[in-house]
Design a protein around this ligand. Structure first.
Ligand code: PDD
Length: 278
């Protein structure tokens, strides 16, 4: 496994991080995961723009677009040019004595590597999910490496044999622990509006554009947990999740949603998604 670290390519086990790297010590960093379908980047411009946004929001002076050639190099160095893969890019603030404020003029630590991803066959799967409280901070629009709330929730669903968490804040669904949620009720699709409560998903934007093409109405409104009974279909989107149908939901040991079949609207969107990514 080859990684880009501290300005050069090296074997992952040769990369050494300082104990005072603020990414390690404080979770002071941001990241992106970009899909590559058989070597072809998907949504690269959007991923780089979001990385730049995250960097700007945490005041790290780095040109995200300058990393673009390295992402392609990561794919070829890993021998993934003909395969389905994803590239992980992480920028931490860098190395400095521990302080609660951002230190000035330190060199960011950049890590880039490619990994194989199974992006085929999602249309034949369905996820069972846990509905749980959204424990995260109020800047979920920043793609921060500080994922403690996400991974704590996801560990709970994982230990129950479930695939993802649907997070609820003040009675409203926000998003998944690593995906965006779409609800379909009476042929209208609902998804949480962009803003500090969710990550602006690249796949989310792409699926909203597909819905426009298919003349399916999308309302960017937060969906209330109390209206779940009236929902026809639910699906999740994300870079590696793609467009995943939700089969069942659990909350405090109870089954609160049960759809053994993938619904017709989800199927239609999945078909167009496959056409456009392949
Ligand atoms: N997760 N919401 C959250 C909290 C996420 O972490 C992600 C992606 C998404 C979907 O965004 P996109 O469509 O741009 O991938 C929504 C990445 C893949 C991860 O953490 O691995």
């Amino acid at each position: 496994e080859i990684v880009w670290f501290n300005g050069e390519w090296m074997k992952y086990n040769e990369a050494k991080i300082s104990v005072f790297d603020r990414g390690f010590m404080l979770g002071d960093g941001v990241y992106e995961v970009t899909p590559f379908y058989e070597g072809k980047a998907f949504g690269l411009k959007e991923h780089l723009a979001r990385l730049q946004y995250s960097l700007n929001e945490i005041i790290v002076d780095l040109d995200a677009y300058g990393l673009k050639p390295l992402m392609f190099e990561a794919i070829s160095k890993a021998g993934l040019s003909q395969k389905d893969a994803a590239v992980y890019v992480q920028v931490s603030r860098g190395v400095a004595p521990r302080t609660h404020y951002f230190p000035d003029n330190i060199e960011p630590t950049v890590l880039i590597y490619a990994f194989p991803a199974s992006l085929k066959g999602f249309e034949n799967k369905q996820w069972s999910v846990l509905v749980s409280e959204d424990l995260r901070w109020h800047r979920c629009d920043i793609k921060s490496t500080s994922l403690l709330a996400n991974i704590k929730s996801n560990t709970q669903s994982h230990s129950l044999g479930l695939d993802e968490n649907l997070l609820v804040r003040d009675g409203l669904f926000t998003e998944g622990s690593h995906s965006t949620i779409f609800f379909i009720k009476d042929n209208i699709i609902y998804t949480h509006p962009e803003g500090p409560q969710i990550l602006s998903g690249i796949t989310r934007k792409f699926v909203i554009a597909i819905c426009a093409e298919l003349n399916i109405e999308v309302k960017e409104e937060a969906f209330p947990l109390s209206e779940l009974e009236r929902v026809d279909e639910v699906f999740l989107t994300g870079t590696t999740t793609q467009v995943m149908a939700v089969k069942e939901m659990y909350s405090e040991g109870n089954n609160i949603y049960d759809k053994p079949e993938i619904g017709p609207v989800t199927r239609k969107i999945q078909q167009v998604f496959i056409q456009k990514t392949r």
